[in-house]
Design a protein around this ligand. Structure first.
Ligand code: GLA
Length: 343
């Protein structure tokens, strides 16, 4: 048994509602799930980082001072080391072993699961105190933006680091105010179903949507789209008009969902999921045929509502099933679990 074996876990997340709002200064309502990424770490003499991705049978070795760029999972490890060092954490030699049970490209944020598990493991190896979790989320987001090349927002990292068991987390991205919202579903269940189309941020339409939202904000003279006036936004040229309409209506649906959960109106919650999906498909153009088929399957199985989760263009679909509806084959029940942690 090695002298100091550290184990950390970073969860995946399901975003109940509030999609493509994070980089628009809007609202979202994610929860952390029990699937995720586990990192085993131990200090290593000699100053080198040696990392192994167990599920892929691949490895990497590099010096923590100014690591060179790399692709795929190696970009996450090198980026996390570099960003922690830039934040003043003394990272020395370490052996890291990464394993996970969250399918990559499923839209349940295997990226943030990996970033947060790596961060907590490297901090523990360095014997460094854990920084504020919102700051840590920003650090993980820099890894994704600057090292992996995906221009994602803060949703996934805040969900992985700041959610509470049994709760969804209402996030206001304009202020970064966080509010846990109890997710009491009675006998109802939330399930995810993979569409079979792999969702890929860097290669998908994600960065294009971000650019469109930036263009819309500039045209309206607002800092971010959530601050736009809906009448002014209705005068934008296409497709910017529809992009803005999605963001503004999605923000309103987040608060309607919080209200529905507080009063236990799960039929209304289901309708909000359907409305979110329609908006992502018709106004945000973020759907693909496989996702539509997966939504249809959940609806036929009796879901009160279903929608794509995460960045879209593939990935998983979320459905809300009433107590009498059995979980359909290949779907998986998901519940709000604890955030990233040392095991
Ligand atoms: C991906 C990104 C998030 C967020 C969602 C869409 O999951 O990583 O930052 O933008 O898409 O809501």
């Amino acid at each position: 048994m090695p002298e100091r074996l550290i184990r950390t876990f970073g969860p995946g997340r399901v975003n109940l509602i509030g999609e493509h709002t994070d980089y628009n200064g809007g609202l979202a309502l994610p929860f952390a799930i029990d699937l995720g990424v586990t990192v085993e770490a131990e200090p290593l003499r000699g100053g080198e980082i040696r990392a192994a991705a167990r599920d892929l049978g691949e490895s990497d070795a590099f010096a923590p001072v100014a690591p060179a760029r790399a692709n795929g999972w190696r970009a996450f490890v090198r980026g996390t080391v570099a960003e922690l060092r830039a934040a003043g954490v003394e990272i020395g030699g370490a052996r890291l072993a990464i394993a996970g049970d969250l399918p990559q490209g499923s839209g349940l944020s295997s990226s943030a699961a990996l970033e947060t598990a790596l961060c907590l493991a490297l901090l523990a190896v360095a014997d460094a105190p854990e920084p504020d979790r919102v700051d840590l989320a920003k650090l993980c987001s820099r890894v994704e933006n600057d090292w992996v090349g995906a221009e994602t927002g803060l949703l996934d990292q805040l969900a992985a680091l700041c959610c509470e068991p049994g709760h969804a987390l209402r996030i206001d991205f304009a202020t970064l105010a966080l509010e846990p919202v109890p997710l009491d579903l009675g006998g109802w269940r939330l399930v995810t179903l993979e569409s079979g189309a792999e969702h890929r941020h860097a290669a998908g339409g994600y960065n294009e949507r971000r650019a469109e939202c930036r263009a819309a904000s500039e045209a309206l003279g607002v800092e971010h789209l959530s601050a736009a006036d809906s009448t002014a936004a209705a005068g934008l040229p296409e497709p910017l008009r529809r992009r803005a309409r999605h963001v503004l209506s999605e923000n309103a649906r987040v608060d309607a969902m919080v209200a529905a959960l507080r009063t236990g109106d799960l039929r209304a919650a289901g309708e909000l999921l359907d409305a979110s999906h329609a908006s992502l498909r018709d106004d945000y153009d973020a759907s693909v045929p496989e996702v539509e088929a997966a939504v249809e399957r959940l609806k036929r199985a009796g879901a009160a509502g279903a929608r794509m989760v995460g960045g879209g263009f593939g990935g998983s679909v979320l459905g809300l099933l009433p107590p009498e509806a059995p979980v359909p084959a290949a779907a998986r029940a998901v519940a709000p679990g604890p955030p990233a942690r040392r095991l």
